[in-house]
Design a binder for this molecule. Structure first.
Ligand SMILES: *Cc1c(COP(=O)(O)O)cnc(C)c1O
Length: 368
């Protein structure tokens, strides 16, 4: 049994993937080939937003989105400490300061009430310019955007949706990647829509942000590559990865549906034994992970391991306690919900093709 099985999906669409890759080999436009624009159009349509810009990774998508706001030293960007390092790393890379806000205990997403408190405190201290918020749609469930956007408007901040785990999800009927001023997703192989390498995409309705992204993606180009109007990066998505994604997109909606069924079976079978994930009634999760809580997590994981059932811990240490961020001066106890969650959470196999018998075996061991 695998934690995320990508073979079964490949078996289904292998012919289509090979045909799409062959087209790239034939035309030879490995950099910014026609598949990029085709994918951007399709994904913008899927999300229901004006612009999509294919980029080299989810991390670059976040970085480039921050660069469009000229984020730098002296700026504060608010985010969750209970996420993958990339979310806060990009803030630090630009010389700005990540300011953490604790999560909600049931959704693991940033707490909008605490967000407002921390924004007010930070503004009151007068040392940093409060600029933006990066809510993370953890494990595939969108954060509380109506509340977050209201806080953002009140304090004149931008919202960058970290939808690396939530592509395919929706919030109050609108698809993930459409909820902030700008959104970033990842096509890392294990994400809900994954390619066969690194890849990502930035989404926005704002033409000014779109124009900047197009420039930043190719070294800050102006009218051409050798006219540089700003400092950018090499942030392009590979044509071959776009070709793979175009093949996978054809079955993506069905896969999101299959994930709902897998998640429902887990939740029905496990709710009396562990804390199962809470998905708000107005949300549809993309189920990047199925994560549960148990006070004796390590014992449960060990039992599963004995039966060759893989698990993972997302995330064992919240970002405010990571060595990379010691200079920020946080200490243990600063974000109690994130810290407690980090001690009790673990994720069990989740993908659209999880066999029912395998799933029953997993649930039986956990129930014991
Ligand atoms: C995976 C992930 C990223 C980074 O994506 P990459 O494509 O691996 O660079 C950023 N944020 C979150 C929450 C992620 O899970």
């Amino acid at each position: 049994m695998e934690f995320i099985d990508l073979h079964m999906q490949q078996e289904r669409i292998r012919d289509k993937i090979e045909a799409n890759i062959k087209k790239v080999l034939d035309h030879g436009k490995y950099i910014m080939g026609p598949e990029i624009e085709k994918l951007e159009k399709k994904l913008a349509g899927y999300v229901g937003i004006r612009y999509a810009v294919g980029v080299a990774s989810g991390t670059d998508a976040l970085l480039m989105a921050l660069m469009t706001y000229n984020i730098g030293p002296g700026d504060a960007v608010f985010t969750s400490p209970f996420t993958f390092i990339a979310t806060a790393e990009v803030i630090q890379l630009l010389g700005a300061t990540p300011v953490f806000v604790d999560i909600q205990p049931d959704t693991f997403n940033i707490d909008p009430e605490k967000l407002e408190t921390v924004i007010r405190e930070t503004a009151g201290q007068g040392q940093l310019n409060t600029k933006g918020i990066i809510p993370v749609d953890l494990f595939g469930q969108p954060a509380d955007y109506d509340e977050i956007n209201a806080v953002a408007r009140k304090y004149n901040l931008f919202v960058l949706q970290d939808a690396a785990q939530s592509f395919g999800a929706s919030y109050k009927g609108a698809k993930a990647c459409s909820h902030g001023d700008v959104a970033a997703t990842s096509f890392f192989p294990a994400k809900p829509l994954g390619c066969y390498g690194d890849g990502g995409m930035v989404f926005t309705d704002n033409p000014g942000i779109h124009d900047k992204l197009i420039s930043i993606r190719v070294h800050g180009k102006g009218t051409n590559k050798y006219d540089n109007i700003r400092v950018g990066i090499n942030g392009r998505l590979d044509t071959i990865q776009a070709a793979v994604l175009l093949a996978k997109l054809e079955i993506f909606a069905e896969e999101i549906q299959l994930r709902q069924e897998v998640a429902k079976r887990y939740s029905d079978g496990l709710k009396d034994f562990v804390t199962v994930p809470l998905v708000k009634e107005y949300n549809i999760s993309a189920w990047a992970q199925y994560s549960i809580l148990h006070p004796q997590r390590d014992a449960v994981i060990a039992r599963l391991k004995e039966q060759n059932i893989p698990t993972a811990i997302y995330y064992p240490l919240p970002l405010h306690l990571q060595e990379a961020f010691t200079h920020l001066g946080y200490k243990k106890g600063d974000f109690p919900i994130s810290e407690k969650t980090a001690q009790e959470i673990f994720s069990i196999p989740m993908h659209p093709y999880l066999d029912i018998e395998d799933q029953e075996k997993i649930m039986e061991i956990i129930a014991q």
